[in-house]
Design a protein around this ligand. Structure first.
Ligand SMILES: [Zn+2]
Length: 292
């Protein structure tokens, strides 16, 4: 029996197209196959991801983006994929949703926000940089729109960042494991965020450097190299943090002392819970990262 004749196909799950229109951007969504959730639920998921990107970047990074959501045979929310379509001049995102996808799972899902964050930075030769940025700023965007709590955000950072330095003796430019690419890259971003805020007395953060890159055309549609983008970010803020850290963590193989970072930020692991020390030396930096 084919799926369509099973009689379980609700009308609102039928293939659909919709568009989210912003002042300077259009995000078109089309679905293929019968989705496990209604179009309304999918719309909410897309809108939340857009809101997280807007919160972090101030504006949507591309004028045109097309998101294709496909039905998967098995599982839940699949890994997404983001690229740029040179012929049609638009960003493209593909996402697969399997039968185990539910409204509750989508509400907690980071996947589409992560993919959308990719639109704002060159898809450069350095995977660790593009993935590290998306990995680091996705939860910040979702924290700032209230989809993650402060505890959840720092819990994930404390648990996952160490994976980015497991057995590391090579710089990030030679990263060849998933953990090193995603979490090694995220460590670079965390350290950059802290250093920028310290050097500018908390006036600017990593987001200001990334906004400058995106505003000057360094997005997924550009062919900029990673170091080109980083130097634009530094110049915009009149600092040398991004290039300096690139040299130390990507070209050379410096290890970041994560325990010292959590201590300075006032992020304390207390058994299974995370608590915060507002008297820590960089407590104000931690709050600025969270968006306070
Ligand atoms: Zn990614």
């Amino acid at each position: 029996m084919d799926r369509m004749s099973a009689g379980a196909v609700a009308k609102d799950n039928a293939p659909a197209q919709f568009e989210i229109k912003l002042a300077k951007a259009s995000i078109k969504v089309r679905t293929e196959g019968t989705l496990p959730v209604s179009t309304e639920v999918l719309k909410k998921y897309v809108n939340d991801a857009v809101a997280a990107v807007l919160k972090y970047y101030g504006q949507f990074p591309l004028r045109e983006t097309v998101i294709t959501v496909r039905t998967k045979e098995h599982g839940g929310i699949g890994y997404g994929h983001t690229n740029y379509d040179d012929e049609n001049n638009c960003g493209v995102i593909y996402l697969g949703l399997g039968p185990e996808t539910t409204e509750a799972k989508l509400d907690k899902s980071w996947m589409l926000t992560h993919e959308m964050m990719h639109l704002a930075f060159p898809n450069s030769s350095q995977d660790w940089l593009a993935e590290g940025i998306a990995t680091y700023i996705e939860p910040i965007g979702r924290l700032r729109i209230g989809k993650l709590t402060q505890e959840e955000f720092w819990r994930d950072m404390v648990d996952n960042c160490p994976k980015g330095q497991e057995g590391v003796h090579k710089g990030l430019n030679e990263a060849d494991s998933i953990h090193r690419i995603y979490w090694g890259g995220a460590i670079y971003c965390l350290k950059a965020d802290i250093d920028i805020r310290q050097q500018t007395k908390n006036r600017y953060g990593l987001e200001d450097a990334l906004r400058a890159v995106a505003n000057q055309g360094g997005n997924i549609g550009s062919d900029w190299t990673g170091d080109q983008a980083l130097s634009i970010g530094d110049k915009a803020l009149k600092i040398h943090v991004l290039e300096n850290l690139y040299d130390r963590l990507a070209v050379k193989d410096e290890t970041v002392d994560l325990k010292a970072i959590w201590q300075d930020l006032g992020v304390k692991e207390d058994g299974s819970t995370i608590t915060f020390d507002d008297t820590a030396p960089l407590a104000a930096v931690r709050k600025a990262i969270e968006g306070h």
